[in-house]
Design a protein around this ligand. Structure first.
Ligand SMILES: [Zn+2]
Length: 81
């Protein structure tokens, strides 16, 4: 019995991609997620969203990009009247 192939992450090429959910009708699609960059995609999306080779170069990430990413700004306190 062969192990099903899980693709590398289209955005960061991470190889620990997990299946988040599957189609109500079995075998139609899966939603996959990369735990490294949190990119999530459905397997029926176009190649440019599901394949590392076809993913736009401008939006690709490397492990170094992720490690050096700036902190997400905190949400400021609510304004008072
Ligand atoms: Zn990724």
């Amino acid at each position: 019995m062969s192990v099903p192939h899980t693709p590398d992450c289209p955005r960061c090429a991470g190889d620990a991609v997990t299946t988040v959910t599957t189609s109500p009708v079995p075998g139609v699609w899966e939603v996959l997620q990369c735990p490294r960059c949190l990119y999530m995609w459905r397997t029926t999306e176009p190649e440019r969203r599901t394949s590392r080779a076809a993913y736009p170069a401008l939006f690709r990430l490397t492990e170094e990009d992720i490690a050096s990413a700036s902190e997400v700004p905190a949400v400021p306190p609510l304004r008072t009247r």
